[in-house]
Design a protein around this ligand. Structure first.
Ligand SMILES: O=C(O)c1ccccc1N[C@@H]1O[C@H](COP(=O)(O)O)[C@@H](O)[C@H]1O
Length: 215
């Protein structure tokens, strides 16, 4: 577990909620650039959000199976991280990392013991690993669905691999998740919203307070 624990609030769309996350003590914010997401922000808005956040908090842009031109366009805005939340292979993650020139967080969906065995092949090609719930069949997007997974599956993971945990975390569950899984960091999106895509100040503050109290 990182000391201190890394807390990422993902799916920020407004400058107001950016300030809320910073003031509440988050370490990272995530911005979605994926049109099917209720948290999608345009390239223009990404530029504004990243500029406003620079020097105040780490920024991460979430992309799903992006092509090289999308990666280059986003990287030019100067985020600290790009999060790859699609079916990118280790080879593709390596190629994107070379194009982007920023740190890469690779998300791996966990739904079975078999999924846990795939994590090791991404350790050398990504700068950080984020473990999320596997989306249900037929879902229109690979994340941000508030789905949790069986944390017990992670007992089979090589303990030397640092990872962040996401997937349906909420202010009510984050402390138990941290105590059970001992992650490097935690990431939340829908669990701090009053409706899909609408972040809530009190929920963000409670999530961060409860996460810090569990360490
Ligand atoms: O938020 C989305 O709509 C989204 C769309 C496509 C890929 C990832 C997405 N969200 C990310 O999923 C995890 C977990 O979210 P949740 O806490 O379960 O809602 C997080 O990194 C989101 O930013």
């Amino acid at each position: 577990m990182a000391d201190p624990l890394i807390i990422k609030i993902c799916g920020i769309k407004t400058l107001e909620m950016l300030d809320v996350a910073i003031d509440a003590g988050a370490d990272m914010v995530g911005f979605m650039h994926f049109v099917r997401s209720p948290r999608h922000v345009t390239i223009e808005r990404l530029g504004t959000l990243i500029s406003e956040a620079r020097g105040r908090i780490e920024t991460c842009v979430v992309l799903v199976n992006p092509d090289n031109s999308c990666v280059a366009e986003v990287a030019a805005l100067g985020p600290d991280w790009i999060q790859l939340h699609g079916p990118e292979t280790p080879h593709r993650v390596e190629a994107i990392r070379a194009v982007a020139g920023v740190e890469i967080m690779k998300v791996l969906p966990i739904g079975s013991a078999d999924d846990v065995t795939h994590v090791a092949s991404f350790v050398d090609v990504a700068d950080r690993i984020l473990l999320d719930a596997k989306p249900p069949k037929g879902a229109d997007r690979p994340g941000g669905l508030g789905e949790t997974f069986d944390w017990e599956l992670l007992k089979a993971l090589d303990p030397s691999i640092p990872f962040m945990l996401s997937g349906g975390l909420t202010p009510q569950t984050v402390a138990e998740a941290i105590k059970t899984v001992r992650p490097y960091g935690v990431d939340v999106s829908s669990g701090v919203e009053s409706a899909p895509g609408v972040k809530d100040k009190q929920l963000i503050e409670a999530f961060i307070r409860n996460a810090r109290s569990a360490v």
